[in-house]
Every structure is written in C-alpha cells, then in structure tokens.
Design a protein around this ligand. Structure first.
Ligand SMILES: *Cc1c(COP(=O)(O)O)cnc(C)c1O
Length: 432
C-alpha cells in the first residue's frame, strides 16, 4: 500500500515513511492510494473473532510489508488490550465506551499503535526521532503515556495554557524522561499552526528527524477504525447503526468513514460538534470557511479548522451530495451539553462526559429524523477527566480511578513559550 499527499505534489510513500514523516513535504496529509474492500467472509465471521485478530486483519493492508505479521499482530494485541464495551442507555441509544485505556480517552488506541510502530521503525533506521504534537488535551496525555520511556524517540508536546483540564495537564506534564511539555500562551489552533510550520521548515528538518503524533499521522489515524468494528461485533440489531462521533479535528470520524468504505455496515454518520461548527456550516452551504476557535466545555473538540477535513473530501471523492446523504452534523451549545449530562443521569443513571454528551444530544436529534432507527455514539472520554463539568451538571462526583488520584499529587513540569513559530524553532534547535 502506498500513500499520496492530499496536495498531490509530493512523491508516494509506504506506511513506514508516512509514519516517520507525519505530514507530507508539500503540507498535505497522507492518504491511502486505495481503501481495501474487506471480504464478505471477514464481515460475516467478524462477530466471533477476538479483538486483536479483527484489528490485525483491518490494518494489515495498510502497513503492507513494513512490519512482519508477527510484529503487527503484537502491536495490535498491545493496542486493544483493554475493554471497549457497547452499553445500552435507552432502547435506541448505545454508548461505545472508548475510555477504558490508561489515559481514559479514545486517543490511547491510536497513540499506543503509533508508538509501537515508531519504535520499530526508529530502531531499524538507527536514528533518533522527535515526535512533535499539538494537543487540546487528550492527544498529549495519550501520546505522553504511549511513548513514555520509548527508546530512540523524544516527544515534544505543545498545549494551550489554561485551556486543558487539570487532570489532562498533569497527564502530559508529569511523564518526564523522553517527554517534554511546552505550555503555549495561545489557543490549540496556534499550537497546531506552530507544529505545521515546523514540519514545513526545511532547515529544521535537516537537523531533526521530525514526525507528528496528531491524527495527521497515518499510524495514529488508521487504527481508529478498530473500534467501529468492535461496535458492530456488539451491535444487537440486524439493521446497521447510525454512528455519532463527537468531533474536533475529525480524525476519529474520518477513520469510521474509511471502515464503512471498506464494507463495515453503517447507516449514517453524525458529526457532533460544539460551538465550533465549521463542518456543520459546510454541510449546509457547501462552502468551507475555517474560523477561529471558541472555548467550550468539550475542549478536546475546540477546533476551528479541522485538519482531517481534507481526508473526508478524499473519502467521498469530492462528491458533495454523497457526503450530504451519508453524513449529518449538529452544533450543540454548552447549555445543551450540561442539560444532556443532567438529563441522562437523572433518567438513565448514566454519567456522560461533556464530549459524549455532545454526541448523545446530536444523535438524539438525528434519530428524531429517522423513525425507528437505532444508533450509537462514541463516548470518547471518561467523565472523571472533566469532573468539574460533570459535577456542575449532576451534583455527582465521579469516583477517581486509582492512577488518577496518584496523578493529582504529581508535580507539573512544563516549559512556557510564546505562541509563535520562532519561539518553537528556537526551543527545538537550542535546547540541550
Ligand atoms: C480528541 C477528542 C475528540 C475529537 O476527536 P477528533 O478525532 O479530533 O475529531 C473528542 N473527544 C475527546 C474526549 C477527545 O479527546
């Protein structure tokens, strides 16, 4: 399998190179040349297969011969080594709980997969790799955890000062070792922009072997398909589900769309957005108008210019009416988010986190339009990660898992920098 750049002015690369580079040299995103069709046999026997086997078979065409079967199987087994249950909330609404990994959010899946791939490639390359990540919270913690102690890999994480939760900040500033946290005086979009500029900086890239661990990176993005298959394994109806994905950079939903294109039964996708509604507007008008970021309670989705938007255009081959038929999008306010957390707790004793609440509310709106349909939403984070909001909505204090209570006693360790590219460049070139 080869990958092309969505800008179409860079050479094709294999999985290994796409992973090591992160972004293509022409500032595009790598995209697989073909999306493999899964065999009918695979799809009909899927429900009986163990998770790691499903993961292996789904991802194998994408990694090609860059990893041996044994290596890939081990990476897959490590990646999915925690529960991913589908829980009913109502008769029609199910929650796919993606928060049972070490940092309590879905990004653990992609980060674990990518860290193992990168370690293997760096070893073969005999050269140290620097992973550069912009995070609105959860990416950084998942990457810090997934890459902590990985030999031959150094990780530099940029996060917007004051715009991540306390637990998130501690998760990404307390790993130490090969993990460096940069506290940026700006927004997540600023962080993302700085990282993009670093990748486009030829001189810098001659000095450092830089890669990204954002969903820009194919090794983080593509394994996110796994749990859409796990959802289908647990889906109790014959009819395909409507799948609702709380979305920020749109990597997660784009991975689901790839899975559907490969043959996974999905009736429709719903992009659940907070006040950052650039994609909602796009589906209505056909015009994509990136905007600034609005801060919300579901901060991991505060993105004004989603980087995976271009991949969605590739998946739907720029066919706007097909996209409009298969995908809906809703913008959910903070007020409705709080109301949803409160309502679902009161009526169904299910504790949502703010991102899952945006998903639940958007799915409800879509189901109203689709009589008798059933759907699932991705519960992307554990409510305890956002306990201030959850407590505010319900009066309930979600119990702290053991490793989080330990974390709350840890000492934050971050380097403060300005939200400008020269500040980042200076840091990368001149730190010792
Ligand atoms: C990152 C994140 C999202 C958004 O995912 P994208 O792939 O960027 O669309 C949603 N919820 C949580 C909890 C996240 O951490």
């Amino acid at each position: 399998m080869l990958y092309y750049s969505t800008q179409r002015t860079a050479p094709l690369v294999n999985f290994r190179e796409a992973t090591l580079r992160g972004q293509s040299p022409d500032k595009g995103l790598y995209f697989p040349e073909t999306i493999p069709a899964l065999s009918t046999h695979f799809l009909t026997t899927l429900k009986q297969k163990p998770k790691e086997e499903v993961a292996f078979e789904v991802i194998k065409p994408y990694t090609g011969n860059c990893l041996s079967d044994e290596e890939l199987y081990n990476i897959c087994a490590f990646t999915v080594a925690f529960d991913i249950p589908l829980k009913p909330i109502t008769e029609k609404i199910f929650s796919l709980e993606l928060f049972h990994g070490p940092t309590l959010a879905f990004k653990d899946v992609g980060a674990r997969f990518m860290s193992r791939c990168l370690s293997s490639f760096s070893k073969k390359e005999g050269k140290k790799t620097t992973v550069l990540v912009a995070t609105s919270g959860d990416t950084g913690s998942a990457v810090a955890n997934g890459f902590g102690g990985a030999e031959g890999v150094e990780v530099v994480i940029l996060y917007p000062s004051g715009k991540v939760s306390r637990v998130q900040e501690l998760q990404l500033t307390t790993m130490g070792q090969n993990i460096i946290a940069l506290e940026v005086a700006g927004t997540f979009d600023d962080c993302q922009h700085m990282v993009k500029q670093a990748f486009a900086d030829r001189l810098l890239n001659e000095k450092l072997l830089l890669t990204s661990a954002n969903s820009i990176n194919v090794a983080r993005w593509l394994p996110q398909q796994f749990y859409y298959f796990f959802a289908w394994q647990q889906w109790p109806f014959a009819e395909a589900p409507i799948i609702c994905v709380p979305s920020g950079n749109f990597g997660n939903i784009a991975a689901g769309m790839v899975a559907a294109k490969s043959g996974l039964p999905v009736k429709k996708f719903v992009a659940a957005c907070n006040a950052n509604h650039v994609f909602v507007d796009y589906l209505q008008s056909g015009k994509y108008a990136p905007a600034g970021t609005t801060a919300t309670l579901s901060n991991a989705m505060d993105v004004g210019n989603p980087s995976n938007f271009v991949r969605i255009l590739e998946i739907y081959e720029n066919n706007f009416s097909a996209l409009q038929r298969h995908v809906s999008a809703y913008s959910i306010s903070d007020e409705e988010t709080l109301h949803t957390i409160k309502k679902v707790w009161a009526q169904h004793s299910y504790l949502l986190d703010p991102h899952g609440a945006v998903g639940y509310a958007a799915l409800e709106r879509e189901l109203v339009k689709n009589n008798f349909a059933a759907g699932l939403f991705l519960e992307t984070a554990h409510p305890v990660k956002f306990n201030e909001t959850v407590t505010r909505a319900t009066g309930v204090n979600p119990p702290l898992p053991q490793h989080i209570s330990q974390l709350l006693r840890a000492q934050k360790n971050a380097v403060a920098i300005d939200a400008t590219y020269p500040a980042l460049r200076e840091f990368l070139l001149h730190r010792t």
